[in-house]
Design a protein around this ligand. Structure first.
Ligand code: AMP
Length: 225
């Protein structure tokens, strides 16, 4: 199965992406993760990306398309592919369509996790993670038993907040989503070549997963797989 996973920051895309991977085992390409890895490598490209990312702006299309096209080509997409955070603009979606059409591997579905704007601000600004083991926390909803340190057995890492999770940046990321990324959903709907599946991301994560799986299974049955 080849899918694009979309949704505003804070809709729970990361959690649902993991569950999709566990169930369907496809290759996972998250543009945000790929860009963050480039940022921490200390490369010139990473520094360029950081300039956009740290201020909540979208990285320009030409840079995104080049990096993601390479990642898609070198991924083992035979078992399927999940694109997460890409495409985020209509020109990116057009470039992706062209690449997948050339490879004879069109998308099966676009999964959109929808969310309430103010609730997502609360979800994101409270996010903290452990730099040592990667465990995720939320200052109000999933606090660490050890305050500012990771409570995972023997870890004790000092929890941190992503630069782009600060409120002013989050609001800019949300504005970018509604101005530039929401039109991508319309692009796929109007194109009529791929099914758009919308899932409400506000209920508890397990419920969101259930609705998402149900919709995808129905879709794949319809395709005779
Ligand atoms: P994410 O973790 O997906 O929220 O991505 C973090 C940041 O990386 C975004 O706020 C953007 O600055 C940048 N980014 C990730 N994916 C894209 C994309 N497809 N187009 C433009 N910028 C992107």
């Amino acid at each position: 199965m080849r899918i694009v996973l979309m949704g505003p920051p804070g809709a729970g895309k990361g959690t649902q992406a993991k569950r999709l991977l566990d169930k369907f085992g496809m290759a996972h390409l998250s543009s945000g993760d790929i860009f963050r890895a480039e940022k921490s490598s200390g490369s010139a490209l990473g520094a360029k990306l950081a300039g956009f990312m740290n201020t909540g702006k979208l990285v320009p299309d030409d840079i995104v398309v080049e990096i993601m096209a390479m990642a898609i080509t070198s991924s083992n997409a035979a078992a399927g592919l999940m694109l997460d955070g890409f495409p985020r603009t209509v020109p990116q979606a057009q470039a992706l369509d062209a690449q997948l059409a050339r490879a004879g591997k069109p998308l099966d579905a676009v999964v959109v996790i929808t969310a309430d704007k103010e609730k997502t601000v609360d979800r994101i600004t409270g996010r903290r993670s452990c730099p040592k083991c990667g465990k995720a926390f939320h200052v109000k909803h999933i606090p660490s038993a050890k305050g500012d340190n990771c409570d995972d057995d023997g870890c004790d890492g000092k929890l941190f907040q992503r630069d782009d999770d600060k409120e002013s940046v989050v609001r800019k990321r949300l504005d970018a989503y509604f101005a530039q990324t929401e039109p991508v959903i319309g692009y796929y709907r109007e194109g009529g070549k791929v099914r758009v599946v919308e899932v409400d991301g506000m209920p508890a994560p397990d419920e969101v997963t259930k609705s998402m799986f149900k919709a995808l299974e129905k879709l794949m049955e319809g395709k005779g797989r």
